[in-house]
Design a binder for this molecule. Structure first.
Ligand SMILES: Cc1ncc(C[n+]2csc(CCOP(=O)(O)OP(=O)(O)O)c2C)c(N)n1
Ligand SMILES: [Mg+2]
Length: 559
């Protein structure tokens, strides 16, 4: 109950700041260390989602941050709560997602004795968060929460970790609120844009690559108009395919894991690369082999919202420090040259993409994940959100799904297993009317599968498709490549995932043939419950392009 004397507890001040800055959701696992903050949510218009493990809670918050561009909020307890949540913090860091993790902390007077679950959060999160701090003085809560929002959303977004001493949270204070944070746009200069125009006018074979965060539906639409006016082939970076409509005639494909070799050749052969928003990290650069480091052979234009990234790996001819949203708006002012020398090539690039993704390859076994993903294209609304974690199963998802709208892809750039299930739950909590699907591997699913209970608890009918091949397939693949036939530590004995779903109060179905998937999917939708569809996938179906035995034989033959 709040007092009427103009004072608030520190916990109340904290929760009021979150509301002012726009937080409407919080994901948590409770702990006695921050029970005063939990209580302060009691009378506020914020949906609190209680989770089963802190990694799930942190990933749900990260997924909301990814989906909205505003910090996802997570509360966990000290020590083990914080270390469990670190999984989500690392994802937010690598994926450039705004997020704030609040950690209950021991009382101030016990510090430095290694009290129960005591950790130094500045030290623990120092290298994986954008900023880690502890609030000692309740009077500074408005200032520090405002700063946390600016840090999490500004420049290249990322996670902030804030420790809250238990005794601090119950202190009473009279302090004014801070105004709401307005994320800072960084506009490209007129000189930058005219230099870019000149470079495009001089180009013969330009390619645009899109990646990173800080986009919006409007920015993606502006880029699509720019691409159209310049007839520019556009590719998307690893797990950022939703930034450009794949059916747009300028779309050249997805630079992810196992990309279309024709796309790689096109990027290598380009004379100008315009990289907007992304970092061209290890995955999209194919282990840093795509461009020369530090000086790409191509004319390289890098647009990024953090100067620290410009020139860090690739030395750009033109570096533009700008947010993707501002840069996309500025593109409207560029004029195409009279003759678009590359315009005959753009339809070829798009045709290469269509040919690569149109018809799934045949794979060993009765369940073809490619056909399932491709079959869902026709059945899903264009705003359906597709989530996934990490594993070879995701190669089929990224190759055959068509992310038609901005914000329809929630996938870990950081390659963190266990991402898809909590991401789907976080997304469904945010947008209950949208269709939300998670693809998971058998290994991937059980890293955070207990959050299925959270989906049931909050009545969130997500559909989780588990591709069960009885192994940590990706690692088995690397094993067969490097140590053919020497299988160790990669086999899995799995539960009946459909029965698991039913035991939690959800819908479950098992699919052993591709054709049985679609009726099972319809039944899952009709059930109105959170659902798991257990796909029995043949372990021989290692990748769309190669079987398990062929991988082994190739390695044994030394090729
Ligand atoms: C949290 C985490 N732990 C370990 C890994 C290393 N890893 C990458 S893929 C993979 C196996 C994935 O297995 P599964 O989910 O069954 O998918 P599959 O490859 O079999 O399709 C592992 C262990 C990782 N990426 N993330
Ligand atoms: Mg597997």
């Amino acid at each position: 109950m709040r007092a009427n004397d103009g004072t608030r507890t520190a916990a109340e001040v904290l929760v009021d700041q979150l509301v002012i800055h726009g937080a409407r959701h919080v994901f948590c696992v409770p702990g006695e260390s921050y029970i005063a903050a939990l209580d302060a949510f009691h009378d506020r218009d914020v949906a609190v989602t209680v989770c089963r493990q802190e990694s799930g809670a942190a990933i749900m918050a990260e997924a909301q941050g990814k989906a909205t561009g505003r910090p996802g909020i997570c509360f966990v307890t000290r020590g083990p709560g914080a270390t469990n949540a670190s999984a989500g913090v690392h994802i937010a860091q690598q994926d450039s997602t705004p997020m704030i993790l609040f950690v209950g902390q021991i009382s101030r007077e016990m510090r430095e004795r290694e009290a129960f679950q005591e950790l130094d959060y500045r030290a623990v999160f120092g290298s994986i968060a954008k900023w880690a701090t502890e609030i000692d003085d309740p009077a500074r809560i408005p200032e520090l929460i405002s700063r946390a929002y600016y840090v999490a959303t500004g420049g290249r977004p990322g996670p902030v970790v804030i420790a809250l001493p238990e005794d601090m949270l119950v202190e009473r204070i009279a302090v004014p609120d801070a105004p709401a944070c307005e994320p800072v746009e960084i506009w490209p200069g007129a000189t930058d844009m005219s230099r870019l125009q000149k470079m495009l006018w001089a180009a013969e074979r330009p390619v645009m690559l899109l990646g990173g965060s800080r986009w919006s539906a409007a920015a993606c639409a502006a880029v699509a108009r720019f691409a159209e006016r310049f007839a520019l082939p556009v590719a998307t970076s690893f797990r950022r395919a939703h930034l450009f409509d794949p059916m747009h005639p300028c779309y050249a494909g997805d630079l992810g894991i196992g990309p279309n070799p024709k796309l790689l050749a096109r990027v290598k052969g380009a004379d100008l690369i315009l990289l907007a928003g992304g970092r061209l990290g290890e995955m999209p650069s194919q282990a840093y082999t795509l461009l020369d480091i530090p000086a790409p052979r191509q004319t390289f234009v890098h647009v990024y919202p953090d100067v620290g990234e410009l020139g860090r790996v690739y030395r750009p001819q033109l570096a533009i420090n700008a947010t993707p949203t501002a840069f996309a708006a500025a593109l409207e002012g560029l004029q195409p040259p009279d003759a678009l020398r590359w315009s005959d090539e753009t339809p070829v690039a798009h045709a290469d993409f269509l040919a690569w993704t149109e018809k799934p390859t045949t794979v060993p076994g009765a369940v073809n994940l490619g056909e399932i993903v491709a079959g869902l294209r026709e059945r899903l609304p264009p705003d359906a959100v597709i989530c996934n974690g990490a594993g070879n199963f995701s190669v089929w998802v990224h190759r055959y799904h068509r992310y038609r709208r901005y914000g329809t892809e929630l996938a870990p750039i950081s390659g963190s297993m266990g991402y898809g299930v909590p991401a789907a739950i976080g997304m469904k909590r945010l947008a209950p009317a949208r269709t939300v699907i998670a693809f998971a591997g058998d290994g991937d699913f059980l890293m955070t599968g207990q959050e299925f209970a959270t989906a049931v608890q909050y009545d969130l009918p997500v559909i989780i498709i588990v591709a069960d091949n009885g192994m940590y397939g990706t690692i088995r693949m690397h094993q067969e490549r490097h140590y053919p036939g020497r299988v160790i530590g990669t086999g899995l004995k799995n539960p009946d995932f459909a029965a698991y779903a039913r035991a939690f109060g959800g819908f479950g179905a098992t699919v052993e043939k591709t054709a049985d998937f679609f009726p099972a999917f319809e039944a899952a939708q009709a059930s109105g419950k959170p659902a798991i569809i257990h796909l029995k996938v043949d372990p021989e179906a290692l990748l769309p392009t190669i079987s398990l035995s062929a991988t082994r034989e190739k390695a044994q033959a030394g090729s």
